[in-house]
Write a protein that binds this ligand. Sequence first.
Ligand SMILES: Cc1cc2nc3c(=O)[nH]c(=O)nc-3n(C[C@H](O)[C@H](O)[C@H](O)COP(=O)(O)OP(=O)(O)OC[C@H]3O[C@@H](n4cnc5c(N)ncnc54)[C@H](O)[C@@H]3O)c2cc1C
Length: 446
Amino acid sequence: MDFRNPTRREILAGLGATAFTPFTNSLAIAQSIPANPDVAIIGSGPAGLSAARTLAAAGKTFVVLEADERRGGRANTDTTTFPGIAFDRGCAWIHSADRNPMLPVAKANGFTLQQHDDGLDHVWYGREKFSNAQTQSIKKITKEIVEANSKAAKVRDGAVSEIRPIRSKEEQATATAMGPMDMAVDFNDLSIRDYDDQAELEPNYLVKEGFGAVVAKFGERVPVSLETPVNKIKYSGQGVQLETPKGTVAAKYAIVTCSTGALQSGYIKWDPVLPEWKETAIHNIPMALLAKIPLLLDGERFGLKPFEDILLEMPGKQDIYFICHPFEFPMMIGFVGGDFAWNLTAQGRDAAVDFATTSLQRVFGEKASKHILKADFTQWPRNPWVRGAYSAAAPGHFAARAALKRPLADKVYFAGEAVAGEFAQTCGGAALVGAEVANAIIKRLK
Ligand SMILES: Cc1cc2nc3c(=O)[nH]c(=O)nc-3n(C[C@H](O)[C@H](O)[C@H](O)COP(=O)(O)OP(=O)(O)OC[C@H]3O[C@@H](n4cnc5c(N)ncnc54)[C@H](O)[C@@H]3O)c2cc1C
C-alpha cells in the first residue's frame, strides 16, 4: 500500500471501531414517535429538516429519525472547542445566496453576515510568493478551463484534467482551487459534467454566529427522534416499514436523506434488496473530502487582514488554503481537500495540525508556531453516519445523480445534497431538494 494514499475503503475499515454508539434514554424517545405517520424522514440535516417543515406546513404527519445524538447533520456550529468563537465544523459559506433558503432565515433572525466570494488574495508556491500578476492569472486560467469544460460537457463526461493538462505553477494552483478546495476531489477525479452542472456559487456569505446555527434556527420547531438509526427499510407491500433499535415505524412514504457515504456503508438493509441500478448509482457518487484545521492564534495576524484567503501550494498535492481571522476572530482556518485530506484523516489529528503548522512556518518563519494556542481537525469520515464531506460523481458517472434521486417503488424518495441538481454538495441545495421531494409526496397524499 502506498502510505501516502490509502484507499477510502481502507480508511473506513480502520474507522469501523467507532461506528455505533450505545443508546441512552431509548424508551422515552421511542414513545414520542407518532404511530403510522404519512412520511418517515431519515436524517435531520438540512434536507430532512426542510422536508419536515414542508410536510408540517401542508398538515401532513411525519417523523424524523436521526441516528446521531445531535440534529443538523453536516450543518454543525461548534461553540465549545474555541470558547467565544463559532466554528463551523461542516458548512460555513451560504453559497448561491440569492437562491439559498438559508439566507432569509439568517437575515430574519439577526445573524451577522459577511459577503466572501471566490478569488485568492495571496498564493505561495513552496517558499515563493506569487506576484500579483501570477495570482490574478488564476482567475483567467479558471475561466479558460470552465469554458472548455462546458463545451466538453455537451458531448461527454470524463475527468476535467483530460481537458487541460496542468503544467505551470499557476495552473497547479488553479487545479487545487477548483479540485480539492472546491469540489473536494483531486483535479483528476473531477467529473466534467458534475463540475459543469454546478450553479454559480456567488454571492457567498459567511455567518459570524455560524451557518450551523442558522440551520438550527431553520429547524428548531421540527421534532426529531435522536439516536434512532434506521437499520432496515422494507418497501414491498403496503407503505414502508423502517426498523430501528427502538422499534419499527410504519409510514406511507419514506424520504432518505443520508449521505452517499452512509448509504454505501451498507448499515441500512433493504427489503427487497436494492435494484442494481440504484446500488450502482450510490456507489458511483463517492464522498469527497474537505477537512478543516482551525488554528487559534494569540492575536498574531502574519500581516493578513480579516477574511483574506491564502493558498499554500506544494508540489505533491500537499496544499492548504486558509481563511484568515474571519469576523476578527484570532483564528486561521486551514482547509485540505481530496486525496491528501483522506490521507491526513487516516494519520489523525496530530499529523493534520503538524502539517498546518509547518505550512505556516514555511512562509512566515519558524516562530509562526509559537503564535498557535490551540488547534483542531474536523474528521467527518470518522462520523459513521456521514463518512466524508460531500458527494462528487466519479468521472464518467454524472448520470448516477439522477438515478439516485429516482424513487423506489413510488414510495421511497431520496433527498439530500447528492441529489440537489445544480446545488449538489451544498447545504442550500439539500434544503431545496428536501422541500421538493416533500412537495412531490404531498401531491400524492391528496
Ligand atoms: C467540512 C465541510 C465543509 C462544508 N462546507 C460547506 C459550505 O461552506 N457551504 C455549503 O453549502 N455546504 C458545505 N458543506 C456541505 C453541507 O454541509 C452538506 O451539503 C449538507 O449539510 C448536506 O445536508 P443533507 O441533509 O443532505 O445531509 P446531512 O447533513 O448529512 O444529514 C443527513 C443526516 O442523516 C443521518 N443519518 C445517516 N444515516 C442514518 C440512518 N441510518 N438512520 C437515521 N439517520 C441517519 C445523519 O446522521 C445526518 O444527520 C460542507 C460539508 C463539510 C463536511
